[in-house]
Structures are given as structure tokens and as C-alpha cells.
Design a protein around this ligand. Structure first.
Ligand code: ZN
Length: 215
């Protein structure tokens, strides 16, 4: 895998809810029968480096550490092998979530956008070029906060594999070159506090770090 910075052309961000059984359980949600898809605005992307500002008046803001992949071609109603050909880059994203706001919106059966697309809601690590697609089947992520492991997971634990997820989205929605897919969070999501220092690891290698500023 070769090093790369944040992609130049970014389309829409697609996300999947509850793609790890242990995370579905911790939020007391049932295990889904088909992927739960929602979007985040690309305007929320911020580099996962330096300082990340999250205004205090947003309320509780949870981290969700996720493998992110970017598409190098358009895809519509694609089979798994076409999906593998289309994935060009991989990195780590934080799908930041205003949990109180999300719960309030869910209770009213409203869409979650307000809880998912606020300012700086999507820190992105540098992206790495995918050379060997076999790697996708056995990729690990880890988040440390202030030197303590908070989240870890492997693509082996996903309910829907990355190619299955993207194939599923493409059956329903035409995907475009540059779109980014966030593939779900493992368990132990939790709130971010002022001065938290985050380090994210992909396959055991630190690829992003940042300090959270909540003022
Ligand atoms: Zn998420």
C-alpha cells in the first residue's frame, strides 16, 4: 500500500449503520437484515490531523472510527468483482455523531442528517492506494484516546463485507467516482472532550492523529 493524502475529488459520503454486531448491541438496536444506509455531506470533511474544532454548543459528540474507501469509477448495479475493481483508496474516517440529537430525531422518526452533517463531522486520515484487494477482507482499525485503546475492529467482524455493502448501495443508488463509503463502527463509541488526543491505526500502523478542541 502506498501513501497518499486526502483525495482531490470528493463526491458524496455514504455511511452504514450497525455493520458490527457488537455496536448494534451497545446501542440496543436489532441486528439489521440489510444494510442501513445514510449520507454525510462532503462539506463536513476535515483533515484528521492537528486540531479539530467541535463547538461545545453542539452538545454530546461521539466518535465512531470507521474504515473509509473511495471509488475510482462510477458504479451502478455492480457485482462484487466490479466493486473490487472500483475501490481505489482506503483510509480511516471518524463518523462524528451528535448522539443526543440523533436519539431525539429517531424518536420523532425524522432523518438523522442534523446529527451527522455538522461542521467538522467527518475527519479523514490520509488515504492509501489499494493495490491488493485481498487486504480488504482482513483489515484492522483501532482508535486510541489519550493513549488508551477505545475502539478496535476487523473487517472480518462486519455483518456486510465492504464489497457487499457497496454492491448493495449501487443496486439502489448510482455511485460516482470520488464517492467515499464509511463502512461502520465497531463497539465502544463514546463522547469527545476538550483536549482529547486521538490516534487512529490501520493494520496496526498509526495513520492519523489529532487533538479535539471543544470550546
Ligand atoms: Zn458510523
Amino acid at each position: 500500500m502506498n501513501s497518499f493524502t486526502i483525495p482531490k475529488t470528493i463526491g458524496l459520503i455514504y455511511c452504514v449503520g450497525r455493520n458490527y454486531a457488537d455496536h448494534a448491541k451497545e446501542l440496543k438496536n436489532p441486528i439489521p437484515k440489510e444494510p442501513i444506509i445514510f449520507t454525510k455531506s462532503p462539506a463536513c470533511i476535515v483533515p484528521f490531523e492537528g486540531k479539530i474544532f467541535l463547538p461545545l454548543n453542539l452538545g454530546r459528540c461521539d466518535y465512531e472510527t470507521e474504515i473509509a474507501v473511495q471509488l475510482g469509477t462510477n458504479l451502478y448495479q455492480a457485482a462484487q468483482n466490479q466493486v473490487l475493481q472500483a475501490i481505489s483508496y482506503v483510509g480511516i474516517a471518524l463518523d462524528l455523531t451528535l448522539r443526543d440529537k440523533q436519539n431525539e430525531l429517531k424518536a420523532r422518526k425524522h432523518p438523522w442528517d442534523l446529527a451527522k452533517s455538522f461542521v467538522n463531522a467527518c475527519p479523514l486520515s490520509r488515504f492509501i492506494k489499494m493495490d491488493d484487494f485481498q487486504e480488504l477482507a482482513n483489515m484492522t482499525i483501532r482508535l486510541e484516546i489519550n493513549g488508551e485503546v477505545r475502539q478496535q475492529g476487523s473487517t472480518k467482524e462486519m455483518l456486510f463485507s465492504i464489497p457487499d455493502l457497496i454492491s448493495f448501495i449501487s443496486q439502489n443508488i448510482p455511485l460516482r467516482q470520488g464517492d467515499i463509503i464509511l463502512t461502520g463502527t465497531p463497539a465502544n463509541v463514546g463522547p469527545l472532550n476538550n483536549n482529547d488526543y486521538l490516534v487512529a491505526f490501520l493494520n496496526g500502523q498509526a495513520i492519523a492523529e489529532a487533538e479535539i478542541i471543544r470550546t
